[in-house]
Design a protein around this ligand. Sequence first.
Ligand SMILES: *Cc1c(COP(=O)(O)O)cnc(C)c1O
Length: 222
Amino acid sequence: MIKENIEKVRQQILEICEKVKTDPSKITILCVAKGRSVQEILEVVSLGINHIGENRVQEALEKYKQISDVKWHMVGHLQSNKVRDALKIFDLIHSVDSVSLARQINKQAHKMNKIQDILLEVKTSQEVRKFGFKPELLAEVCEEIIKFDNVKIKGLMTIAPLVDNANETRPYFSKLRQLRDQLNPDWLLSMGMSDDFEVAIEEGANIIRLGRAIFERQCLIF
Ligand SMILES: *Cc1c(COP(=O)(O)O)cnc(C)c1O
């Protein structure tokens, strides 16, 4: 099933890229593997996906020991007391959502003699529970974080709100792209999940974060 799912996702990516005239090789599939077994992840890796995402540091640490030759991505909210462990394994932290967290990462990265790549999580919707920077504060926040020598901002990340129709996510993704264009055109956009990655690609996503589209049986709605 995983194999069929990945083939289907790859086909969908090709079709969208064709439609919006983007280069499919510029889109990274990040397999979000929270709650999935090492065996399942190894199957995904054997099919050529080598970017694995987790949302809890402890779970990632355990899997990390058993899976090699992949890049690890942290996509969940990171608590400051987990920063040290996180820096041991993650190549990219998508979920930096406060200046104090960035400062903590910088401090720890300095101790470990590492430059930690990060994305800034942006709250593109009005939902209350979501983590992330408010769009209107982002420029100011970047100025602060850019001063930290041991973190490198690689781009922006957002989670679109749950909606009935994927098309309704478009304004959030396009908002993130506009922010990126204003702040640094070279930055990456991490946006789009199983239900909305097609819209995200249309709006310029570089990293799409897929869980269910890879691991779960897809139901067809006619
Ligand atoms: C779980 C998760 C995903 C993947 O979600 P699916 O809907 O299963 O594709 C993507 N991003 C984040 C931050 C997640 O926590």
